[in-house]
Design a protein around this ligand. Structure first.
Ligand SMILES: C[S@@+](CC[C@H](N)C(=O)[O-])C[C@H]1O[C@@H](n2cnc3c(N)ncnc32)[C@H](O)[C@@H]1O
Length: 244
């Protein structure tokens, strides 16, 4: 059982409701802060992680969960050009921004966006050739429920790629990054997003999240096989891959 870290400790709301409220509130600064706080490396992480999917010509239907402002669907399209990509997110504000970005890229016919909850997907069993989640699983109200749902909607043989923050392990980068992540990043995030809790929650939720083999173990519980991960930028994040 994982410790449930929520953004607003004083709030009575459950984790899912708090996370939704938080992302609705910071949506307008989300892309800007991603670029600022990672010096733009987040784009490289997404690009490298998506390339691991190695989609084939007949892998035509992809679901991106916790799609945020649609960076993942746009990069998936760039690399593999599937016929249909659905981007789903629980935050209405994030989806509104995602719509604008997809329209600007003239991909509205291919990338569909919708508000939805990872733990209760509206899709039929065995619907997708691939599912991706980038920096999303850590925010699920119930991780195992979310992973079970992904397993259900993937076709047999379908691929999952999860990109998520990990905790760097080795001296001295571990100590340096931890100082930045715990003390500096939340201050910049608070100033720019006007939410003093959001980027503190980022640090705390990463500390509580099961990373590396522990996350592979959670995937295994849902039935996934061919489990693997690749670590990026000295262990700041990892791309996990699995097959149904
Ligand atoms: C850190 S952002 C990541 C956005 C995007 N994938 C990226 O790479 O930038 C996390 C996103 O997960 C969404 N989210 C959190 N819980 C969710 C859930 N239960 N179902 C769907 N989306 C969820 C949030 O609304 C937010 O947009």
């Amino acid at each position: 059982m994982q410790t449930q870290v929520k953004p607003y400790t004083e709030s009575e709301l459950g984790k899912k409701e708090q996370v939704t409220k938080m992302f609705d509130g910071i949506a307008h600064r989300y892309d800007f802060l991603n670029t600022l706080l990672t010096l733009g490396i987040d784009k490289t992480w997404r690009r490298r992680a998506i390339s691991l999917l190695k989609l084939k010509d007949n892998d035509q239907k992809v679901l991106d969960i916790a799609t945020g402002t649609a960076d993942m669907p746009l990069e998936i399209y760039k690399q593999f050009k599937p016929l249909k990509i659905i981007g789903l997110d629980i935050s209405t504000e994030m989806i509104a921004l995602a719509h604008k970005k997809v329209e600007r890229n003239e991909l509205s016919g291919i990338i569909e966006l919708e508000v939805g909850d990872s733990e209760n997907l509206r899709f039929e069993d065995n619907s997708f050739d691939a599912v991706t989640v980038s920096f999303g699983v850590r925010n699920f109200g119930n991780l195992n429920k979310g992973l079970d749902e992904i397993y259900r909607v993937l076709k047999p043989g379908g691929k999952l790629m999860v990109l998520e923050f990990t905790k760097p392990k080795y001296f001295p980068f571990k100590q340096f990054f931890n100082f930045y992540f715990k003390h500096i990043l939340p201050r910049i995030g608070a100033k720019s997003s006007k939410d003093p809790k959001a980027y503190k929650y980022l640090y705390e939720s990463v500390q509580a999240f099961p990373d590396y083999e522990r996350f592979l173990n959670e995937l295994k519980k849902s039935g996934f096989k061919n489990l693997d991960f690749k670590s990026y930028t000295l262990g700041i994040c990892a791309a996990y891959t699995a097959v149904k």
